[in-house]
Design a protein around this ligand. Structure first.
Ligand SMILES: *Cc1c(COP(=O)(O)O)cnc(C)c1O
Length: 394
């Protein structure tokens, strides 16, 4: 059976009623026949049929053994870190998601877990950072916002030699682009808030494990910590996943058209898109991704916060907001929004210049999106006309 068929039919028909959509089991507890005699469900923190349908579905999608659904992407990351103990070390990608940085550095270091950040796009950096205390390698690929790609297979091979676990935050790619477990990793996490949910209408997180043994450990942590996803949000993620393959193709197609267009714009300095042959990790992206994804980042020749602000407040279809992966296009200015808390010098080192702009390309027609970018770049040049120009269209 081909993948799309397999995914769509991994969502079970309700046995009791024949409902073709998974029912939302909005219940805290389940009636038992005798103490401990029940239909596999006793309390919704431990297990809930709607959440279980999503958990099974994400395991199928990522080609892992077990899946678990959490209240947010960060709760999913938190569950993976809880596999470790005081004295253990994490080697993590240096331009890691800001929320993961905050959790690792400002919470888990207090509990005696050490963190080293390295540029994982060079697998040898990972090898050099590993010590006998290293228990977990943490990768994101593509990264946020400069879309750097790590060779997941190469890093997994190194980790395997040292007996460390590897976890990939697969949020930016989604399993429609790449399946890290097939490349040798032990765990995959997602912010389901982004491409899996796909409609900017929920917060959720997922963990998938390669083996049932690791699955049991995550299940224990999920139940012990109680950071579960509720039945309604589980249902929304299932609904999102049903169209993931279709959406991903269109997100990628639109993003490729925009990246191509931006490359030819005289106002634009650098364009970051893994699908462009000039992208530093283009070859690895080609090797491990089915498409190049819906995220495009670029900087302006006029490298100032003012120039970027003019652009992000002039777009009309691209809405100015944090987050990504939804059907509506979003624009964000990392230096003053998602990456504001990083000191300016560190930000520059990570390639986040003052004018860097990140686009989450949605499912509108790419011609309209390109028209929107064109008018927003033009506003940039004609400062004095900005207000009247915008007024015409509000
Ligand atoms: C958004 C995001 C997260 C955190 O997910 P939440 O659902 O917001 O908690 C983690 N990793 C990446 C790459 C993200 O983009």
């Amino acid at each position: 059976m081909k993948e799309n068929t397999r995914i769509i039919h991994s969502i079970p028909v309700d046995k009791q009623t024949g409902a073709i959509s998974v029912p939302i089991y909005q219940t805290s507890t389940f009636v038992q026949e005798a103490p401990g005699v029940h239909k596999g469900f006793d309390y919704s923190r431990s297990n809930n049929p709607t959440r279980q349908a999503l958990e099974n579905l994400i395991a199928v999608l990522e080609e892992g053994s077990n899946g678990y659904a959490f209240a947010s992407g960060l709760a999913a990351i938190d569950a993976v870190v809880k596999l470790l103990s005081a004295g253990d070390e994490i080697v993590a990608v240096d331009d890691i998601y800001g929320g993961a940085f905050r959790l690792f550095t400002h919470i888990y270091q207090r509990f005696g877990i050490k963190i080293k950040y390295v540029d994982t796009t060079r697998a040898e950096n990972v090898a050099a950072a590993i010590t006998p205390a290293t228990k977990l390698i943490w990768i994101e690929s593509p990264t946020n916002p400069t879309l750097k790609i790590t060779d997941i297979e190469a890093v997994s091979a190194i980790a395997g030699k040292h007996g460390c676990l590897v976890c990939v935050d697969n949020t930016f790619a989604s399993p429609a682009l790449q399946k890290p477990i097939n490349m040798g990793v032990d765990l995959v996490i997602h912010s389901a808030t982004k491409y899996l949910g796909g409609h900017s209408d929920l917060i959720g997180g997922l963990v998938v494990t390669k083996t049932p043994e690791l699955g049991e450990k995550i299940k224990f942590i999920q139940n012990a910590s109680g950071t579960i996803l509720g039945p309604f949000d589980s249902w929304l993620v299932i609904r999102g996943i049903e169209t993931l393959a279709l959406r991903t193709r269109q997100h990628s197609q639109n993003a490729a058209a925009i990246a191509e267009f931006l490359t030819g714009c005289p106002e634009v300095d650098k364009v970051y898109y893994p699908g462009l042959s000039g992208h530093i990790n283009h070859q690895i992206a080609k090797k491990q991704q089915q498409y190049f994804g819906g995220m495009v980042t670029f900087s302006l020749k006029e490298d100032t916060t003012e120039a970027a602000t003019r652009f992000v407040t002039a777009t009309r279809l691209f809405k100015l907001a944090e987050s990504l992966g939804g059907i509506k296009s979003l624009v964000c200015h990392p230096a003053t929004m998602t990456h504001k808390s990083i000191p300016p010098e560190k930000r520059k080192d990570a390639g986040i210049s003052d004018s860097l702009i990140r686009l989450s390309v949605g499912l509108e027609d790419s011609d309209d999106l390109i028209d929107d970018i064109t008018q927003a770049l033009a506003v940039r040049k004609e400062k004095n006309k900005t207000s009247s120009f915008i007024n015409l269209f509000v």
